[in-house]
Design a protein around this ligand. Structure first.
Ligand SMILES: Cc1cc2nc3c(=O)[nH]c(=O)nc-3n(C[C@H](O)[C@H](O)[C@H](O)COP(=O)(O)O)c2cc1C
Length: 186
């Protein structure tokens, strides 16, 4: 797939099944992340792959955090969180790991990490791997961040779910560039 086709047609795949991307596909996807724009080449990111039994552990972590946030959480809500990581064979946790630099504020490092995610989504799409960036409010809870081993300065930016796409890609709503791009009037 050529670059512009990937850029113009990429979609997320909410329904994913086995198998997880193979080793070559993953290497290509991860290399794409590492080509994100990165002021001062700080590499302000790290990623954790979560597969197999670790997905159940992540589900338990989400439930424990949700119970802290809301002790009245229902069984159904707990079960939904428990099952959430099982929606794909592989998850990649995205962590912004900012480095101190006098000229590169933390915001730019967050933006670099987000660009790394977009590169991964595009690479996955070009390879026929289904992917979707998901967070869920509970992923911002400190218990989740601690459970995944983040330091106080790191931020979890969500999870990229990856697997074999199930079903057809959704149709894309055409947008008019003129609605979003205008000449500056000075
Ligand atoms: C930071 C971030 C977090 C997201 N979290 C979720 C989420 O938790 N659940 C969800 O359904 N979509 C989430 N999305 C949106 C999907 O990843 C996706 O972009 C959206 O459904 C539009 O689909 P498309 O990528 O095919 O245009 C998130 C997007 C971003 C940028």
């Amino acid at each position: 797939m050529d670059t512009l086709t990937a850029l113009h047609t990429r979609v997320s795949f909410p329904r994913l099944s086995e198998p997880a991307p193979n080793e070559d596909q993953l290497e290509a996807i991860f290399q794409a992340a590492l080509r994100a724009p990165d002021h001062a080449m700080l590499r302000p990111w790290r990623f954790l792959t979560i597969a197999g039994e670790q997905r159940n552990q992540l589900g338990q972590l989400l439930v424990a955090a949700a119970k802290q946030a809301n002790p009245q959480i229902t069984d159904a809500e707990q079960n939904k969180l428990l099952q959430a990581p099982l929606r794909a064979p592989l998850l990649v946790a995205v962590i912004c790991s900012p480095k101190f630099h006098a000229k590169v504020p933390e915001l730019e490092q967050l933006l670099s990490t987000a660009a790394a995610v977009q590169n991964m989504l595009l690479a996955a799409y070009a390879l026929g791997v289904g992917a979707m960036w998901r967070t869920g409010l509970i992923s911002y809870h400190e218990h989740v961040q601690q459970g995944l081993g983040l330091s106080n300065t790191e931020k979890l930016l969500g999870f990229i779910y990856m697997g074999q796409p199930v079903g057809q890609p959704k149709s894309i709503m055409p947008l008019d560039t003129k609605d979003y791009f205008q000449p500056w009037q000075g």
